[in-house]
Design a protein around this ligand. Sequence first.
Ligand SMILES: N[C@@H](CCC(=O)N[C@@H](CS)C(=O)NCC(=O)O)C(=O)O
Length: 217
Amino acid sequence: MSIELYVFPPSPRAFKVMALANHLDLSAVIHTIDIVKGDQKTPQYAALNPNMRMPTLKDSDFVLWEANAILQYLAGKRPDLGLLPRGERARLDVTRWQFWDLAHWEPPCVIFLFENLVKPFVVKAGEPDAAALAKAVEPFHRSAAVLDGHLKGKQWVTGDTLTVADFSLGAILNYAEPARLPLDGYAEIKRWFATLSALPAWRKTQAETQLSPAAAA
Ligand SMILES: N[C@@H](CCC(=O)N[C@@H](CS)C(=O)NCC(=O)O)C(=O)O
């Protein structure tokens, strides 16, 4: 029985789980949950994920929501590839960056994404809110400086090995340009993301999700 992923492909949170499934060659079955049309609020989907948000994974009778937890589950399907290290310290380093992603990286990035791209072009709900964007600037730079400094001398977020932490943190950067993320001066983030987004699975997922500024707009 295949793994099933319930996703809205244009979302970075969908992208991260789809990209890892591709990287691990898991041939997941994709069910599109169109959150613009409200598919996430149907009783059938809410029974799977009471948050009425995507992504959700179903593997036979096992259901899991929260994108970063899904990444860990997928990595466990191919332990030989080392996407979630077995050693406790190395594994906690990965988990730490996945927690940091949710707490400190995604929140300011999502404001740029929503205000500059989703609101005006996807849901067509008006112009960007300058006050909301201004409030996101300081937390964005605080986090970007941490990530940029941390990446110095490392190929991947936790060192020499690609892990689920890279998928967690990198997905939102697909939209760096149309979201107008203020990445000037963060050369390490740009260098790391260039390597990450050159992975065959990343490119394949970009093609599957039709991810391009033009498509997004
Ligand atoms: N922390 C959750 C966030 C999930 C989430 O907020 N998903 C959004 C799309 S990116 C959603 O489904 N929104 C639907 C709604 O708010 O109605 C995760 O990382 O999986």
